[in-house]
Design a binder for this molecule. Structure first.
Ligand code: UDP
Ligand code: MG
Length: 318
């Protein structure tokens, strides 16, 4: 089978109500863009409803569709990872099953890529039909993330994006367990351009991201891209030492000028000095734990976009 021009990855968790509409709309845009040189990977993430039966029927009817059945519910990000590693297309589109991200934006994304982009990511300029609490938590989350994160992760983006093969291959060199894919793609670099769009309401069914899953997702995002929370005790140690200086001055003054209870001066000073020392040691441990954590992720040290040589000089491989 020849290599498809386009792979579309759709994570599906209990999405039987939206799959027929999704299939219709994806088929139309993919066919218009590539003829039949596309593949759609429907990744069933341990659904408990009739999703997999429906996927089997769709694959039987259209050979461009591929069903991937995960062993159990592994979560959105791992379902995407499975899809990415099985995809074969020159370009790869990630899209949610619930049609909140309109498939009809594909031609615009393809055009931006033809113009030189390596990643075209959807950026929500408006969200329709989502509850106030969902919008408020999402807003807070993206602002917190940009405060902590060591790489710039664009605000208000999801995983809805078109990437070329170069980016997908680089992404699969990142073996970390707790995956926050939109952040990992931002970390990679290359030429990334946004495409503003309005996020539509879910076509059918209900959100598969309850508060519990959202909190875990936010923790993966922040800890995956920052070790600054571990530096907190170093910061506190310095505050404590500054405070020790001030209090020491007062205590010495009080010892001379005011009549204080015997022992108060030495107790207070010892307390402040040892609290500061403990915080400092915790901060040092935090630094080492942070470094061990970064090493444990085993991310590639660098990623080469291209190597330019002058054809007059033959560069022997090492
Ligand atoms: N999803 C998944 N596994 C999960 C949770 C969600 O594959 O454990 C899929 C889901 O089917 C959908 C996408 O991830 O295609 C995004 O989920 P959802 O639309 O429920 O999230 P929301 O848009 O409400 O944040
Ligand atoms: Mg959704």
């Amino acid at each position: 089978m020849r290599q498809p021009q386009l792979s579309v990855i759709v994570p599906c968790y209990n999405e039987e109500t939206v799959l027929p509409a999704l299939r219709r709309r994806l088929e139309a845009v993919c066919r218009a863009q590539t003829g039949d040189a596309y593949e759609v990977l429907l990744v069933n993430d341990g659904s408990r409803d009739g999703t997999w039966t429906l996927v089997q029927a769709i694959v039987a009817e259209n050979p461009c569709f591929v069903g991937v059945n995960l062993s159990r519910n592994l979560g959105h990000q791992l379902a995407l990872t499975a899809g990415l590693s099985l995809s074969r297309g020159d370009r790869v589109l990630i899209i949610d099953a619930d049609l909140q991200d309109p498939p009809e934006l594909l031609p615009q994304m393809m055009a931006a890529m033809d113009a030189g982009a390596d990643v075209v990511y959807g950026q929500r300029v408006a969200r329709e039909g989502e509850s106030f609490s969902k919008r408020a938590t999402a807003w807070t989350f993206y602002r917190l993330l940009s405060l902590f994160s060591e790489v710039e992760i664009p605000n208000d983006t999801g995983d809805f994006r078109l990437m070329n093969r170069k980016v997908v291959d680089a992404l699969s060199q990142m073996p970390e367990q707790h995956r926050f894919i939109r952040g990992m793609v931002a970390w990679l670099g290359f030429r990334q351009v946004p495409l503003g769009y309005t996020r539509e309401p879910r076509a059918a069914g209900s959100t598969k991201y309850p508060l519990r899953k959202m909190a875990r997702f936010a923790a993966d995002a922040i800890t995956g891209f920052s070790i600054s929370p571990l530096r907190l005790s170093s910061v506190l140690a310095f505050c404590c030492f500054a405070l020790t200086g001030l209090v020491a001055a007062y205590v010495v003054y009080a010892w001379f000028a005011l009549s204080v209870v015997k022992g108060w001066t030495s107790l207070l000073l010892l307390f402040l000095i040892f609290s500061g020392a403990q915080l400092l040691v915790l901060g040092v441990i935090g630094e080492y734990v942070g470094r061990t954590y970064v090493e444990a992720k085993r991310r590639p040290l660098f990623i080469v976009d291209e190597i330019l040589t002058n054809p007059a000089h033959v560069r022997e491989p090492r």
